[in-house]
Design a protein around this ligand. Sequence first.
Ligand code: GTP
Ligand code: MG
Length: 135
Amino acid sequence: IQETLVLVKPDGVSRNLTGEILRRIEAKGYQLVDVKLVEPSRELLAKHYEEHQGKPFYEPLVEFMESGPIVALRIAGERVIEGFRSLAGTTDPTTAAPGTIRGDLGRDWGLKVQQNLVHGSDSPESAERELALWF
Ligand code: GTP
Ligand code: MG
């Protein structure tokens, strides 16, 4: 059985959407394996987002992720990595499909970084790496 890392980003936590996001994950049939509230260090965020270092949205992204607590979830299920990415919807919340977390609950706030409520690992390699960082 596959596992993935889901993060409810600071916008999701501050908007009181953690329960709604977890409800969707559980309704889909995925198993909650572990959960914690984290205020990540810059070092953790730099490792988590190392693939984006040097991109124009990198600094605003790290600042956003430091702006408040994050809920980290370890979830399990058959093909859960791609399954959660599908539940989350595409990166830009304005155009993410209705029915998805980002499409139903997110929108563009005109800020320097997309505040899109959740993160989900994008491959088995990322999931293993990111779960080791956050748990
Ligand atoms: P994550 O699950 O958070 O990794 O989202 P993703 O896989 O859909 O996006 P990606 O890994 O490419 O980018 C990580 C995060 O950086 C996104 O979730 C957004 O918060 C932000 N981001 C990515 N691309 C852009 C962009 O082109 N512009 C802005 N403003 N923010 C971006
Ligand atoms: Mg990503």
